[in-house]
Design a protein around this ligand. Structure first.
Ligand SMILES: Nc1nc2c(c(=O)[nH]1)N[C@H]1C(S)=C(S)[C@@H](COP(=O)(O)OP(=O)(O)OC[C@H]3O[C@@H](n4cnc5c(=O)[nH]c(N)nc54)[C@H](O)[C@@H]3O)O[C@H]1N2
Ligand SMILES: Nc1nc2c(c(=O)[nH]1)N[C@H]1C(S)=C(S)[C@@H](COP(=O)(O)OP(=O)(O)OC[C@H]3O[C@@H](n4cnc5c(=O)[nH]c(N)nc54)[C@H](O)[C@@H]3O)O[C@H]1N2
Ligand SMILES: [Mo]
Length: 633
């Protein structure tokens, strides 16, 4: 049987899918204008996860060091008893929710634990650095419709590896290239960008702000400024003063890009025609990631490419912008005025220091031990409290649980969700029954709520979906009929050059921080990039045998002393892991690339050696500023 459903993975392409439950195949919905009949490798392989032998399909309770299967009544009664006991001190309960599954119903656990007044987490492991940077500049988070890239003459792609993170944006770009759109990509290299670019500029990781500032310097020197654009900005004199005081050659040196290449980027922007700017997520995972994004936006603005079709600066939009909350429909508990929150990036330390202590932890949709810095310290900290993990695999987080509750995965449950790239909302319809005893997260929480001494009552799913859809002005019935709907947003963002700040004016960055000095003991930089064939840590265990690979340049200084034939270790000030070297050509000499999400229990988890860190904006995580070295041991 074929069902039209949707992908709920944390990916901006947010595909509408056609699932064939007999053949166990997943195809892109041919009727969906953005999905256009194809899907990515991770989506196409999803039945491998649903059908995996190692999938957990019944509740498990830890007894005497081993996990024992139990029925739902026993598991949920036990959890309810522990929750009731902890509820006297609400902050002793901690809720950690990731984006492992997305949608209107996916907020159920957050709504539920808010009513309990539990502690929560703050800080971001994904995109809040870039979001805050865009909010500072534009005053609102918006970009042109992704289809508008077809109207560009040229594209400057600052660090988006579309071959992995967004194959549908890649398809649009390929279509554009057939019509003559030219693409220049800027990245540390070693990624998929040469596949879709006419020119590639290799940059020192973390330093895009200097390249962008050097381009601005060339604009100033040429006196090539659009007076109308400047009237739409608030603080141009401050940025001009800053740039005037900087030397072009120092800026080139700071980003390790040659003067010729900087001039090329300038020409790419200043020649006739419209230029679209793609701003990647990678370049904001650095200590000054927010500033990187702001200087790139400034180039898009000064070059006259904001508010025009074929131009625009694309970071992302909010995938929740079309939805409203249904939290007010919940009965029981109380919405607290303030909640205690722990910094996600340093969760291990935060939990150890917590006063009052955390006695009960609920984790859903987040392989938190694997994905946050210093994950092993989080693993240690989870040993004391009673920990419930809602997940279907015995990953680095689940193995630390006291109770594991198996969720229905996508295609096995219902939801409605949007995208952080395009303007459609999709229906995730159940195509098959949950495997074994697995149940939708929503169901699990609704059931648990009725078992508490003071009950929490969730509304039914359909009520939540209808309520959540109200701001989208799309009816649930329309979604049931079509599987997706387009929500109206302007095709060109900020078309009238009126920005989201109260005065309607754009804001430039006014400071340019130097890159922190390289530590001579750790002269290389670890970039933990996404995989094409899976989402983050949702990787088959059978794919994680042996030693994980890292990619380095032939001109990496480590190769002068390393013997690649002997065991090689990636070493940071936090720890060491054995790696296998793959030598490539077009990669920055000091970059060490690793594909992220491998599991610590197989020696593949990079976050075992990545230190907690916070970026300059949005309390994001500076994963890619992690210094390292390679050595024989
Ligand atoms: N070193 C390093 N680490 C990083 C990053 C980095 O750049 N470098 N980037 C980060 C980024 S961008 C992100 S977004 C985060 C992602 O971090 P996570 O959100 O932890 O990502 P996943 O590994 O996909 O884990 C999601 C989990 O949700 C589970 N899941 C899937 N569907 C469902 C469901 O329906 N219900 C429930 N209850 N669970 C479900 C999956 O089995 C999986 O274990 O990681 C960050 N971690
Ligand atoms: N297949 C697949 N798709 C995904 C995901 C997945 O896990 N798998 N995850 C989804 C999620 S949650 C997210 S957040 C996105 C992540 O998508 P991205 O953030 O785009 O992915 P990354 O691989 O972290 O980084 C992308 C590129 O940034 C470049 N880069 C790193 N540092 C710098 C820098 O300082 N300057 C410049 N110019 N470039 C730099 C790298 O070379 C890399 O090519 O993808 C989403 N899509
Ligand atoms: Mo992410």
């Amino acid at each position: 049987m074929k069902t039209v459903t949707a992908c709920t993975m944390d990916c901006g392409d947010a595909c509408s899918l056609v699932v064939d439950t007999e053949k166990r195949t997943v195809r892109g919905n041919p009727r969906h204008p953005f999905t256009k009949g194809f899907c990515c490798r991770k989506g196409a392989r999803y039945f491998e996860r649903l059908d995996a032998e190692e999938r957990i399909v019944e509740p498990l309770v830890r007894r005497g060091g081993a996990f024992v299967p139990v029925g739902w009544d026993e598991a949920l009664d036990l959890v309810a008893e522990r929750l009731d006991a902890a509820r006297g001190v609400p902050e002793s309960i901690l809720h950690i929710h990731g984006n492992g599954y997305r949608g209107v119903l996916a907020s159920a656990s957050s709504v539920f634990f808010e009513r309990l007044g539990s502690s929560t987490v703050c800080g971001c492991v994904c995109d809040d650095t870039g979001i805050e940077a865009c909010l500072k500049d534009f005053g609102a988070l918006n970009h042109n419709a992704p289809e508008d890239i077809l109207n560009a003459d040229r594209v400057v792609n600052w660090g988006r590896d579309l071959t992995r993170c967004s194959v549908h944006q890649l398809a649009l770009l390929r279509k554009g290239r057939e019509k003559g759109v030219e693409v220049l990509s800027i990245s540390p290299g070693g990624d998929g960008t040469p596949d879709f670019s006419d020119v590639n500029v290799i940059i020192r990781p973390g330093t895009d702000r200097f390249l962008a500032a050097a381009v601005l310097k060339l604009y100033l020197e040429a006196g090539d400024l659009n007076p109308w654009v400047l009237t739409r900005t608030r603080n141009w004199p401050a940025l001009r003063g800053l740039i005037d005081g900087l030397k072009f050659r120092d800026l080139c040196a700071a980003c390790e890009v040659s003067a010729e290449d900087v001039e090329l980027v300038y020409e790419w922007y200043s020649d006739k025609g419209d230029v679209a700017t793609l701003v990647g997520w990678g370049l904001q995972r650095h200590v000054y990631g927010g500033e990187n994004v702001r200087f790139i936006n400034a180039v898009a603005m000064i070059s006259g490419n904001i508010g025009v079709s074929g131009g625009g600066a694309y970071f992302n939009i909010s995938s929740g912008r079309n939805f409203g909350s249904w939290a007010h429909l919940v009965e029981g508990g109380a919405k607290p005025s303030r909640r205690r929150s722990f910094l996600l990036q340093d969760l291990g330390t935060e939990l150890r220091r917590a006063d009052p202590s955390v006695d009960f932890v609920w984790i859903d949709g987040h392989n938190v031990v694997n994905q946050v810095p210093d994950g092993l310290s989080v693993a240690d900290a989870l040993a004391r409290p009673f920990t419930v993990v809602v997940d279907g695999f015995m990953n680095d987080t689940a193995m630390r649980a006291d109770v594991i509750l198996p969720p229905a995965f996508m295609f096995e449950r219902r939801d409605v969700l949007g995208s952080y790239v395009h303007n459609y909302v999709n229906l995730c319809a159940p195509a098959l029954a949950p495997r074994g005893l697995a149940r939708p997260d929503f169901d699990i929480l609704a059931d648990l709520g009725t078992r508490l001494r003071e009950r929490i009552i969730l509304p039914d799913e359909e009520t939540c979906l209808r309520e959540g859809l109200k701001p989208a002005a799309v009816s649930y019935d329309e979604l049931l009929e079509n599987g997706f709907a387009k929500v109206n947003h302007p095709f060109v963002a900020f078309e009238d050059m009126v920005f989201g700040h109260p005065d309607g004016l754009y804001r430039f960055p006014e400071t340019l921080h130097p890159e922190p000095e390289r530590d001579p003991d750790y002269p290389l930089q670890l970039l933990t990039l996404v995989r094409g064939e899976s989402l983050h840590s949702q990787i088959a265990e059978t794919d994680q045998r042996g030693v994980p690979s890292v990619w380095i340049s032939r001109s990496n200084p480590a190769l002068t002393v390393l013997d690649p034939a002997r065991d090689v270790f990636l070493v940071t000030d936090l720890g060491a892991m054995q790696v296998r070297l793959v030598i490539v050509e077009d990669l920055h000499p000091r970059a060490v690339l690793m594909r992220r999400g491998g599991w610590m229990k197989y020696g593949h988890g990079a976050n075992a050696v990545i230190r907690p860190s916070v970026t300059d904006m949005g309390a994001g995580t500076a994963y890619y500023s992690q210094a390292c070295r390679l050595e024989n041991r």
